[in-house]
Design a protein around this ligand. Structure first.
Ligand code: SAM
Length: 260
């Protein structure tokens, strides 16, 4: 596994989260839709794999108060941040554990009936067979009728040619603009030069992180994205029914919901 703490699309502190990923329109839209989908299913137990600083797990817990929610992440630093965030809110039905999701699915006897991955499936490294193995292991450990909800940025296709690299560059240029715009406006809290300067600093920080993430996507350096079609085909091949595979925006983000 790679050096996750140096990967730009990751965040280790609340500050990074608040300035960047947590305020981008695309992350928030994915999170809203995941929370809504999962609430419809009203599961007794949820595991979020790759829970980061815990923001999605916290929202899932708030929206489904009768549900036991577990967040797992393989970085102890962010697990500690997520625990602190949950403690501040006094959420008794939410816990966090440090675990590698690829190991977790191999060792757990039965998974909760709802498995959520938001921007974490693509961190299962190449070769792609490792993602197929992960899906297979989830399928085995899920109860009958259980779901896995994968919210991701998807590539147009899985090719590794020049056209695909150009497509990634173009898409991430758009994502960079959107990162700037959405975080600029959420950070702006006044009409004076200090407030505007602060919002610009936040927007640029966020845009630069997104562009750097795009470089990593192109070179497959800790960011091993796949296409939605690839995921649908391979989910089918391990036995899942694909209930939904839809885009959430025009920047490549989308949600795939699978049922055993
Ligand atoms: C973009 S962040 C997650 C965002 C989070 N799901 C949210 O909604 O706020 C991706 C997370 O996946 C975690 N991660 C990467 N590989 C992992 C693995 N093999 N097992 C568990 N967590 C992993 C990283 O440490 C990181 O915190």
């Amino acid at each position: 596994m790679g050096d996750y703490d140096s990967t730009p699309s990751f965040y280790t502190t609340d500050e990074t989260f608040e300035k960047y990923l947590g305020q981008t329109s695309y992350y928030l839209a994915l999170q809203d839709n995941v929370v809504e989908l999962v609430s419809h299913a009203a599961p007794n137990r949820i595991v979020e794999m790759g829970s980061g600083t815990g923001q999605t797990a916290i929202r899932l817990t708030e929206e489904t108060p009768a549900t036991e929610v577990l967040g797992i992440d393989n970085r102890e630093t962010v697990v500690e941040v997520s625990r602190t965030n949950a403690d501040k809110l006094g959420l008794s039905n939410l816990t966090f554990e440090t675990a590698d999701m690829t190991e977790y699915v191999k060792t757990v006897t039965t998974l909760p009936e709802m498995v959520v991955l938001l921007y974490s499936f693509h961190h299962i490294p190449d070769p792609l067979q490792q993602k197929v193995d992960f899906l297979e292991e989830c399928y085995t450990a899920l109860p009958e009728g259980g779901h896995i909800c994968i919210a991701e940025t998807f590539l147009k296709n899985n090719a590794r040619d020049t056209a695909a690299a150009r497509e990634i560059q173009t898409r991430w240029a758009h994502r960079g603009v959107e990162a700037f715009a959405s975080t600029f406006w959420s950070a702006l809290d006044g009409i004076n030069s200090a407030a505007i300067e602060h919002a610009q600093e936040v927007g640029e920080f966020s845009r630069d992180h997104e562009l750097e993430a795009g470089d990593n996507v192109r070179t497959r350096d800790d960011e091993y994205l796949i296409s939605r079609d690839w995921l649908v085909d391979h989910a089918h091949s391990v036995g899942f029914d694909v209930l939904l595979a839809e885009p959430v925006n025009s920047l490549g983000d989308g949600i795939v919901l699978l049922e055993k």
